[in-house]
Design a protein around this ligand. Structure first.
Ligand code: ADP
Length: 873
């Protein structure tokens, strides 16, 4: 047996091998050790290999999906090796013959199709990266929809493209995996990358594989693809063959993704704006969670896809907005549609399981039930007061198609209660297959006759409590209690089978005959059912493309109606997106923060923002906690929402298309990637200054915070100048360096804004209101006081600040402007700050120590105390 095991394992060295033995999948050697640890199950031993015991663990076959899910989530791949012949067949070859086994599938994160292994509300992409002739190409596929796309990509844009897709698995050649030039681009996806031999990424082979997969002699009809794109897409087809063991999933026509068509948002910006996940990785609290009112899995997945790739074409954006407007006005139609959508099953995934021969009867029912609703949906929308829906909705209705034939067929064929697996039987409705009805009749008749035998035998033997029973070992048998055993034993026709402590069991020739009839009728019935099942799947797959089109239309309708529902509930407005360069938002709100605050007093304070070519950079100052970050992010989120074709939290909004969005927060922690926070901040700032063009929207929050004051101020200063002079993009720049506000005098398109605060009895109150002008001070000490720093520390800080500020007098920042580079002259106050603060607490404490009089223990305590003081000063 182990010889077979080693052979299979050799072909799948990088996957855990689930080796089927009876009712269990067993794992051996290192696989067993790894799986036992990952699943927290017992590690046992079986036999010996080269003198050492062989580690082993196993999971029951019937509950293996849960274990699989846990392994996949932890980054493992699993090769499922099944018995592919009946053990009885193997026995015929000799007592020691091993049952034939084959890997029927390699389960990897990017190729999942099971509902239990997938998040119903997120797309699941398998991506491939390839190189040919010095250029790069990406391809990706979502097995649940068959959506298959490619794009050319350069190393600088790689990170953003991968962040947009958020694939759950990336395949690439070993060479690219180790290529230093791609280090940054691949940093975020290392954990989900699967390096493979370079030969699998050959562009000519890729072209051939695609041609075979689509059954065409040339790919021209699908559009033009570059060599690296062909290599990547071909590698995906090859990988699907490899992991699905020859079973081809349904692939939609491959198409090239148009890079100019969407707003580019790099990984750091996505994280920072918490578009689909919060900084801590959760869905709750993200923009997605706040706006998602979709009712179907496919709708939810489409919303994620849209949020990941906002559009840049005003026409396309407007078409989506028309759909939302339509459902906003047609409230009744929206409610009716949503009531229907809430009971529609996930047909994309059902279809992909059926195509991969992994589907069950309930997948057919899902397709029947969803398609049956297309008529009612059309009727609900036709009742809307507007006589003609907008073009986008009309197209969706068209795409829903006409499926009454298939719905009717499935309606007649499928039983009311469906088993999970076809092989459990009972999936075909009575009246659909005459042969099946006949066999079922026979089966039922035999059952009835067996039941009738019980009455007959009870009468004949005079044992009223005689029963005919069934179990898996004996089949049907006659049972009487132990004290009645003698009445039956030795009776003509009764054959003794078993004596138990309190019962005796018999059979008869008659019962045996009936049982045979029964089981042969049942076997035949199951065979007919399986034939019907295969036939139904065939009929569904024949029209898989039109079903997929209908499913996509359902998802779009779901998203349009969900966004309308959101706009109605939250009182959002329809944005105007045009080709201009403006960004004008009246009374904008932060969608997530607003949702977390109460209505009425304490509610969110709305703020406008107007960036136009003559005034395109806003410098926002104000104390910590005043609402700067919230204001900055809300504008970025409004741009994203507008360009995915959603209404926005504002009373009016006009946006000139944003082609790239950047959002950065100074000194964000990035411990996971092991870079110093300041380094990260600078790498990210560099990316913006190098890439942002005039259509970009840049949000910079407290840049320069991660280093010493004067370094930070200098960097922030030069960054603002560069954004204004070179990038010439729209930008919001929040800073606590109020020294920067003097730049407004020199940079014509920059204006200063500040968060209004009210000083009240020595305290400050944040009004969360953005007003023109500059903060005259940073109120840091006030905030420190609010945070509960000890009164002594606050008092001392006020004293130091006072002295520092006096030290700077006469060096008003205005003088800086005419004298760049700027900050050498500010170095002095820095030196004086040490003087101003006097001897340090450590100095003071040292003075009080007399080492000659201390015990070693006291000396050690004193050393600890000093260290604590040094740490806190
Ligand atoms: P800053 O960036 O200035 O330190 P934040 O933007 O982090 O301040 O805001 C601090 C807190 O103030 C937020 O958590 C939020 O609860 C509240 N806040 C911010 N903006 C508003 C607003 N416009 N209306 C009401 N509350 C706000």
């Amino acid at each position: 047996m182990f010889q077979q095991y080693f052979e299979v394992k050799r072909a799948h060295p990088d996957a855990l091998l689930f080796y089927r033995m009876g009712d269990f999948y067993e794992l051996f050697f290192e696989d067993a050790v790894a799986a036992a640890r990952a699943l927290d199950i017992t590690l046992t031993q079986r036999g010996q290999h080269q003198g050492d015991p062989i580690p082993m663990c196993g999971v029951p076959h019937h509950s293996s999906e849960g274990y699989l899910a846990r392994l996949i989530r932890q980054g493992f791949r699993v090769a499922v090796c099944e018995q592919t012949e009946d053990p009885a067949e193997a026995k015929k070859r000799g007592g020691k013959a091993v049952v034939r086994r084959e890997v029927i599938r390699v389960v990897t994160p990017g190729t999942l199709t099971e509902d239990t292994l997938l998040d119903a509300r997120r797309p699941n992409y398998l991506a491939a990266l390839a190189e040919a002739g010095g250029s790069f190409g990406l391809a990706w596929v979502d097995l649940s929809t068959g959506d298959f796309q490619t794009q050319p990509v350069d190393p600088r844009g790689l990170e953003a493209a991968l962040a947009r897709l958020a694939p759950s698995e990336l395949i690439l050649s070993e060479k690219l995996y180790g290529d230093p030039a791609l280090e940054a681009g691949l940093a975020e996806v290392r954990a989900i990358s699967h390096p493979m031999p370079g030969a699998r990424f050959d562009s000519e082979n890729g072209r051939r594989r695609l041609e075979t997969a689509y059954g065409v002699t040339a790919l021209d009809a699908f559009g033009a693809f570059s060599r690296p794109e062909l290599a990547a897409a071909g590698a995906i087809v090859d990988y699907l063959d490899l992991t699905q063991k020859g079973k081809r999933p349904r692939l939609a026509a491959i198409r090239r993704w148009s890079p100019g068509g969407v707003m580019e948002i790099d990984a750091a910006t996505r994280r920072n704006l918490e578009l689909t996940r919060t900084l801590s990785g959760e869905r709750r609290g993200s923009l997605l969670a706040t706006i998602d009112r979709t009712l179907t899995g496919a709708g939810a997945r489409l919303l994620v896809a849209r949020l990941s790739a906002p559009l840049t074409d005003p026409g396309e954006i407007d078409a989506r907005l028309d759909g939302v407007s339509f459902f906003l006005e047609a409230e009744r139609a929206r409610q009716d549609l949503r009531a229907i959508l809430s009971r529609i099953p996930d047909i994309d995934r059902a279809l992909s399981r059926l195509a991969l021969d992994r589907g069950g009867p309930r997948d057919l029912a899902a397709i029947r039930d969803a398609l049956a609703e297309t008529g009612p949906i059309r009727a609900a929308i036709a009742r809307a007061p507007l006589s003609t829906p907008p073009a986008a909705i009309a197209r969706d209705l068209d795409d829903l198609g006409e499926h009454s034939g298939l719905v009717d067929l499935l309606g007649r064929a499928l039983a009311a209660e469906l088993p999970l697996l076809a092989r459990d039987g009972g999936l075909v409705a009575p009246g659909y297959a005459p042969e099946l009805d006949r066999l079922r009749g026979l089966r039922d008749e035999s059952r009835r006759m067996i039941a009738a035998l019980q009455a007959k035998y009870a009468r004949e033997t005079g044992v009223a409590a005689l029963k005919v029973k069934h179990n898996n070992v004996l089949g049907y048998f006659i049972e009487v209690s132990a004290n009645n055993g003698d009445k039956v034993m030795g009776r003509d026709g009764f054959i003794h089978r078993q004596t138990m402590a309190n019962a005796v069991r018999f059979t008869t020739v008659e019962l045996g005959e009936l049982e045979k009839e029964l089981s042969s009728a049942a076997d035949k019935a199951l065979a007919v059912e399986l034939e019907v099942f295969a036939d139904l799947i065939g009929k569904v797959l024949e029209v898989a493309d039109t079903i997929a089109i209908a499913a996509a239309a359902l998802a779009r309708l779901d998203v349009s109606a969900a966004l309308a529902d959101l706009a109605a509930a939250r009182d959002w407005c329809r944005p105007v997106v045009d080709d201009g360069l403006g960004f004008e938002v009246t009374a904008g709100r932060h969608p997530v923060v607003e949702a977390s605050l109460p209505d009425g007093p304490g509610a969110f304070v709305a703020n406008g923002c107007t960036l136009v070519p003559e005034d395109r950079v806003w410098l926002v100052t104000g104390p910590n906690m005043a609402g700067k970050s919230t204001f900055l992010r809300q504008n970025a989120l409004i741009a994203v929402l507008a360009q995915i074709g959603s209404f926005v939290p504002a009373t009016s909004c006009r946006i000139g298309v944003v082609d790239r969005l950047f959002s950065r927060v100074g000194a964000a922690d990035d411990l996971a990637r092991g870079r110093s926070t300041f380094m990260v901040e600078m790498v990210e700032t560099a990316a913006i200054l190098n890439q942002a063009g005039e259509r970009a929207l840049v949000i910079l929050d407290e840049i320069g915070r991660g280093t010493a004051t004067f370094d930070g101020l200098s960097i922030a200063w030069a960054t603002v100048e560069h954004l204004h002079e070179s990038n010439r993009c729209r930008a919001l720049f929040a800073t606590h360096y109020h020294e920067l506000t003097v730049l407004a005098d020199r940079l014509s398109a920059l204006t200063c804004h500040t968060m209004a605060v009210k000083e009240w009895k020595d305290d400050i109150v944040f009004l969360h209101e953005v007003v023109a002008g500059a903060a005259d001070r940073s109120y840091g000490i006030h905030v420190a006081k609010l945070a509960g720093l000890p009164a002594a520390v606050i008092g001392r800080a006020e004293e130091v600040l006072d002295r520092l500020e006096k030290g700077e007098q006469g060096k008003a920042a205005t003088t800086l402007i005419d004298d760049l580079p700027l900050f050498s002259m500010l170095a002095k106050p820095k030196a004086s700050s040490a003087e101003a603060s006097g001897p340090s607490p450590v100095d003071e404490a040292l003075k009080g120590l007399n080492p000659d009089e201390m015990t070693p223990r006291e000396a050690l305590d004193a050393l600890y105390a000093l260290k604590a003081k040094a740490g806190s000063s």
